[in-house]
Unconditional design. Structure first.
Length: 78
């Protein structure tokens, strides 16, 4: 996929947004799988799992560390 090749080395995220049932998770899974096949380390989160992770991090005093890990406030969610 040309998209994966163009995105290699960039510390920017991709946000897929839309109505439930429109295939966002399927597309994200396919993009991450293709990136992995090309040797690019990537990951994705659903909106609800990301929100839960950040909320738990805040409660446990690890919010800043997790935001740094996700590069939130910098270049975007990877």
């Amino acid at each position: 996929m040309e998209f994966i090749e163009l995105a290699q080395g960039l510390a920017q995220g991709l946000v897929l947004s839309g109505e439930a049932g429109t295939g966002m998770t399927r597309l994200a899974t396919a993009l991450v799988a293709e990136a992995c096949r090309k040797g690019v380390e990537e990951q994705f989160f659903t909106k609800s799992s990301l929100a839960m992770m950040l909320h738990r991090s805040m409660e446990e005093g690890r919010l800043e560390r997790n935001m740094d890990y996700l590069q939130i406030g910098g270049h975007g969610v990877r």
